[in-house]
Structure formats: C-alpha cells, structure tokens
Design a protein around this ligand. Structure first.
Ligand SMILES: Cc1cc2nc3c(=O)[nH]c(=O)nc-3n(C[C@H](O)[C@H](O)[C@H](O)COP(=O)(O)OP(=O)(O)OC[C@H]3O[C@@H](n4cnc5c(N)ncnc54)[C@H](O)[C@@H]3O)c2cc1C
Length: 303
C-alpha cells in the first residue's frame, strides 16, 4: 500500500494578532503553492475539513527546542487555501513550553522579517502531491471534524467553547457562512448556537464578527459570549461560569447546568459539541447525567 511520507515544510508567518497581551494571539501561517521534493516541484493541497487541527513546530521556551504541537484551524479552507489561522493561549501550566513562546515578541519579529514555522504535510508520491496533514480523517466522539455538507445543514448544533476552544468552531462558522448556513439548499431546521466562555472581554475572539453574523443569520446562528471573571458594568451578556460545581445538602458534588440551560433550554433536542479542558468536559457529562439531559449526540475535543 502506498503510504504518504510525513514532511514538515516552512509556512510563512503572515499575520500575528494579539487579543490579550501575553495571554492569547491569533497566528496566520501560509504554506507555499508548491514545494520541492526529491528535485521535483510538487503542489501543496489543502483539503482540511472544518474542525480539524494541523501540526506545526513552534519553539519551546522551557526545552529550548522545536516541538511538535497541534493547533485547531480557525478559518475555513475556502477563505484561503494553504492559509492556516489558529488562536493560541498561554496555558500557564508549570511545564508549559511552546504556549508561552507564542506570546513572546519572537513570533511578531518572525512576522515582520518574513520568518517561517514548519507545518506537517503528507507526500503522496503516487499522486505527486503534498496534502496539509489534519489530526483525523474521520468523525469521532473525541474530535470535532464537522459532519458532511449533506448532514450539518439539518442539525441543531450547540457548540460550547472554553477560551481558545473556540478555534474549531470558528472554522465551522466560516465554512457554514460560505454556504449561507445551508439555507440555499432548502434544508429545514439547521441551526448553530455558539457559546463561548472566557475570563474577560479582552479574550473574546472575533467578537464583533460573530455578533454581526448572528444579526445576519438570525434563523441559523446565535452567539452567546460569556465572561467569568471581569466584565464592565453594562455587560449585556452572560456573566459567571456556565457549568457550576456545587455541593448539595448531602455534601455531594453536583454540576449545576442552569446557566447553560438558560441559554439553551432544549439541549436534549440538540447535537452538543464541546472544546476545552478535560475537567470541564467531564463536568459537563456529569451535569447531563445529573440533570437527566441526553443530547441527540455529544462530541468533545479536549487539550
Ligand atoms: C487536536 C488539538 C488541537 C489543539 N488546538 C489548539 C489551539 O487551537 N490553540 C491552542 O492554544 N492549543 C491547542 N492545542 C494544544 C496545543 O497543542 C498545546 O498542547 C498547548 O498549546 C500546550 O503546549 P505547551 O508546549 O505549552 O505545553 P506542554 O505541556 O509542554 O506540552 C503539551 C504536550 O505535551 C504532552 N504532555 C504534557 N503533559 C503530558 C503528560 N502528563 N502525559 C503525556 N503527555 C503530556 C502532550 O502531548 C501535550 O500535547 C491543541 C491540541 C490538540 C491535541
């Protein structure tokens, strides 16, 4: 069997946008149209599905080495083939390595000076092409590869994103917008409700664009920004944690889903998608169980 060969090729850093200094940034990496392999110029194809992640080699401040790290793509391939956008936060974990590097001056310097980051592609020598690698080719419970273009326009999706967990859902929205949220195909009942929870309004990514999209497609898309730690006095959206872990009278831990159900009372009629940390994913699953809520389907990606 012809197995594609793994290669890392240089992608130019073509933009760096800081949402919250030292905490969160959007980075754009652009792959070349062609790349030379074994003395031949080979085209680079971008067939990434919405919700998929690519593999890059940023620098690690702790290990002082290039490391392999996965990043969910936040734009759609139709926005710009071979242009990979992602949003990266500093995890502030004790062993954090590459995530703080992305917040330093270095990516900005590389952007200004035409610098590169290596990105994985797979070389298919039978077809003589390089294909941008994505973390999975199939739809699984533990990834967020979007359902087919025949399927999602009739699904009611509730997407719950914690912080940069928004990235795969931004690519959904970008793809769906390019297809008018399925409304041109006459599909009935499709809807995406995007709930994004961040610490403070500075960390709301693409906030104005998402508000605007919700105004343009009120039948198809709604957007609920949630801030958990800081907010201005006149904050018009949800405040505080969307999943609340509380103790009941018998001193047992309960996950209070009321803030989530206040935004989406019909979760049991929806396909729920989650992107965030594993602890919050587990709390959500426990909350469903305790509140007797069974979504039509549940898929979650955790980092
Ligand atoms: C599919 C996917 C999509 C992602 N998308 C994004 C994104 O869009 N934006 C973003 O900011 N981050 C994303 N991440 C997370 C990102 O890849 C990095 O893991 C994160 O930025 C932390 O990197 P670090 O080098 O600072 O942390 P480090 O802690 O140095 O490295 C984290 C990596 O080390 C390994 N590791 C660490 N601890 C353990 C352990 N105890 N046992 C086993 N392995 C361990 C894991 O492979 C892990 O990926 C994604 C991860 C995945 C898997």
């Amino acid at each position: 069997m012809n197995r594609p060969r793994e290669l890392f090729i240089p992608a130019r850093i073509t933009d760096v946008y800081t949402y919250d200094p030292g905490e969160m940034r959007k980075v754009t990496l652009t792959l070349p149209e062609t790349f030379e392999v074994d003395g031949r110029s080979v085209p680079v194809r971008d067939r990434m599905r919405p919700g998929a992640a690519f593999l890059a080699k940023p620098f690690g401040v702790r290990t002082q080495k290039q490391r392999r790290r996965m990043y969910s793509r936040s734009n759609g391939a139709e926005d710009g083939p071979r242009v990979l956008e992602t949003i990266i936060n500093d995890t502030h974990k004790e062993k954090a390595d590459t995530s703080p590097w992305w917040q330093t001056d270095e990516p900005e310097r590389l952007f200004r000076t035409g610098g590169f980051i290596d990105v994985r592609v797979d070389y298919d020598d039978m077809r003589s092409e390089l294909v941008v690698y994505q973390n999975s080719e199939t739809i699984e419970r533990n990834n967020l590869i979007l359902e087919s273009d025949q399927t999602w326009p009739s699904m009611k999706i509730v997407a719950l994103a914690l912080s940069t967990g928004l990235t795969p859902f931004l690519s959904y929205v970008s793809h769906m917008k390019a297809k008018a949220f399925g409304s041109n195909d006459g599909a009935e009942g499709g809807h995406v409700s995007l709930i994004v929870s961040v610490k403070n309004p500075r960390q709301l990514m693409e906030h104005e664009a998402l508000l605007d999209l919700a105004r343009r497609y009120p039948q198809r898309f709604s957007y609920h920004p949630v801030v958990t730690r800081e907010w201005p006095e006149d904050w018009p959206h949800t405040k505080g944690r969307i999943l609340r872990v509380e103790m009941n009278d018998g001193n047992e831990e309960r996950v209070n889903l009321d803030p989530l159900l206040a935004l989406e009372p019909t979760l049991h009629q929806c396909h729920v998608r989650f992107c965030g940390n594993s602890m919050a994913r587990d709390q959500l699953v426990r909350g469903f169980d305790q509140a007797n809520v069974t979504p039509l389907s549940f898929r979650a990606e955790v980092w």
